[in-house]
Design a protein around this ligand. Structure first.
Ligand code: ADP
Ligand code: ADP
Length: 237
């Protein structure tokens, strides 16, 4: 479980990114965070892997306050909390499979994996995750040869290969056309559910949120203004 207790975040320039957030997110929930640009969506989800650090409150992941974590615990946290980005963040000149295997790097941290020599079972895991998102036939193609939708699927396969507990997806479909966006959201939801992962996805569009979320959290000016199941979202938000 992820629990925000009176979490606030003030950026160094004095801007308040989060204001007294209180939330409990259960294991296996597929949560969509909505709000206008600047509402604090990125700040909220990036707190969970400590890409940003709240300045007040407690943020518990399985009962541990991650705000107190130091280097070694942060490395472990970042293997347990995987991330998907709007811009895919693939290494363009590397093969699709190599990009997917980058999901294993944080786990072993051994010289072998740093050299790109992965155990056979890890390679099989990577291949099977490519299969789950339907692009196994692209395994040996350079990442930059793929379409946007395919690249985002590679990044989904990469995060699955990391075998995290939690996935954070920051505007994962904002660079994709509507039909591709729907396919990618459908895949992301399906694999999250298959692996019983807790997933938080930031989205601009409420209609897409309603289609895929178990629960929608609405943010405005760093505050939670809505939190509930999808059938209770009204035009007020
Ligand atoms: P969203 O993801 O909803 O677009 P963000 O979480 O990126 O919103 O940003 C929330 C607010 O915090 C915005 O006003 C943004 O300009 C501000 N902000 C984000 N990062 C920083 C930073 N490093 N320093 C100062 N202000 C920031
Ligand atoms: P995105 O929309 O892709 O999240 P942004 O353009 O909002 O990216 O932010 C890019 C980077 O700039 C982020 O690291 C964010 O934290 C930082 N940033 C955003 N707004 C501000 C701000 N007002 N002051 C300082 N840094 C900011």
């Amino acid at each position: 479980m992820i629990e925000f207790k009176n979490v606030s975040l003030v950026y160094p320039n004095g801007h308040q990114g989060l204001k007294n957030i209180n939330l409990k997110i259960n294991d296996g929930e597929f949560v969509v965070v909505v709000g206008m640009s600047g509402a604090g969506k990125s700040t909220l989800i990036r707190s969970i892997n400590r890409m940003v650090t709240p300045t007040e409150g407690e943020l518990l992941l399985d009962d541990q306050d991650i705000l107190s974590f130091k280097e070694k615990q942060l490395r472990k946290l970042r293997t347990e909390v995987g991330m998907i980005f709007q811009s895919y963040n693939l290494v363009k000149r590397m093969s699709v499979l190599r990009n997917v295997m980058a999901g294993r790097l944080g786990h072993t941290g051994t010289l072998r994996s740093m050299l790109g020599l992965f155990p056979q079972e890890d390679l099989q895991l990577g291949m099977s995750n490519l299969e789950r998102v339907g692009i196994q036939e692209k395994a040996y193609v350079r990442a930059d040869q793929l379409s946007g939708g395919q690249q985002q699927r590679v990044s989904i396969a990469r995060v699955l290969t990391q075998q995290p507990k939690v996935i954070l997806a920051d505007e994962p479909v904002a660079s994709l056309d509507p039909p591709t966006s729907h396919k990618v959201m459908k895949d992301l939801r399906r694999v999250s559910k298959e692996d019983n992962l807790t997933t938080l996805v930031n989205l601009h569009f409420i209609d897409m949120a309603q289609e895929y979320a178990d629960r929608i959290i609405g943010l405005r000016d760093g505050e939670v203004v809505f939190d509930g199941p999808i059938d209770q979202v009204t035009d007020k938000t």
